[in-house]
Design a protein around this ligand. Structure first.
Ligand code: SAM
Length: 289
């Protein structure tokens, strides 16, 4: 099969800050949203081992996986950049492999997921037009269609996990300015899984940027991840940036553009991973007794 690495050329910023990818042409994209019942039936027939405590979904950095495995728990990561042919959520094969990974989750295990956000955020608003045309945005543009498909496939998978999993904890992350959680499918899942929307700043977990963030979760004690910005924290982050020469954004032709630092900012910091782990581990231990 012809291998197509379609890194969609979106029209913002000098540097590519695009984290939304597919390895196939649009005619080969797979939409799972109308097949959830079949996938639930497939999942119910699953006889394989359940051995995972955590699934690091869209986890290119593998930091969630590492945090769990370093502490003696089983974890796997799923991301198109880790396995372009097997872990591309825009394909049926990629969807199936995510279902199979999800079926290995133990009762009360956790899914941590930061779905690709570059086509949902403020920096790309002139491309995706989500505010103007509703949360689905400018669907006549291929990048917007792909980003919407990845979310609907992700939610279809979450629905399967909710239907067949037992006590699964969800931790879904997006930058504060993202339109993703406003999509109907996301809202419906939030309600179905009884998820709370928490507000935090990755800068409070040693991130090089303030990075205001939404966390959608049902993890009890998740509120401990909520962090607000204050003068001291802002100064600490600024100091970190100066020390390392980090300039996340710059102005070009009157527009705000991401620099080479911005794509790197997607990776969770070890400090954030540890904080999620500690909260989950407490619940896990309580539920084992
Ligand atoms: C916002 S980043 C999340 C990074 C994560 N927080 C980490 O620590 O690695 C979104 C991720 O989605 C992945 N992604 C983009 N398109 C994908 C696709 N079609 N299938 C699976 N993963 C995809 C990207 O490779 C990227 O790593």
């Amino acid at each position: 099969m012809l291998f197509v690495w379609l890194l969609l050329a979106l029209s913002w910023g000098a540097h590519s800050v695009v984290d939304t990818r597919t390895t196939v042409k649009e005619c080969d994209w797979y939409s799972a949203e109308n097949h959830v019942k079949q996938w639930i039936a497939f999942a119910r027939a699953f006889q394989g081992p359940r051995d995972l405590h955590a699934l690091d979904c869209f986890g290119a950095s593998c930091r969630i996986r590492k945090t769990w495995t370093d502490r003696g728990f089983e974890s796997e990561a799923y991301d198109v950049s880790l396995d372009p042919h097997g872990q591309d959520l825009s394909t049926k094969k990629g969807f199936r492999s995510l279902v199979l990974l999800g079926l290995r989750l133990l009762p009360n295990s956790i899914i941590v997921a930061g779905p690709p956000c570059s086509c949902f955020i403020f920096l790309s608003c002139s491309y995706h037009l989500r505010h103007q045309y509703g949360p689905k945005g400018a669907t006549w543009k291929p990048g917007v269609r792909l980003s919407n498909l990845l979310v609907t496939n992700f939610v279809a998978w979450l629905q399967v996990m909710l239907a067949v999993g037992s006590g699964i904890k969800f931790m879904i992350e997006q930058p504060r300015g993202s339109w993703m959680f406003k999509l109907k499918c996301m809202r419906r899942f939030q309600k179905a899984a009884n998820l709370r929307l928490l507000s935090t700043h990755m800068g409070a977990f040693d991130h090089l940027m303030e990075k205001p963030t939404w966390l959608l979760t049902n993890l009890s004690g998740g509120e401990r991840l909520e962090k607000s910005m204050n003068k001291e924290l802002r100064a600490k982050i600024k100091k970190r940036q100066l020390e390392l020469g980090v300039v996340p954004y710059k102005k070009k032709d009157g527009k705000v553009c991401g620099t080479k630092w911005l794509p790197q900012s997607a990776a969770y910091t070890p400090s954030f991973c540890r904080a999620v782990f500690n909260i989950w581990a407490k619940c896990w231990l309580l539920l084992q007794n």
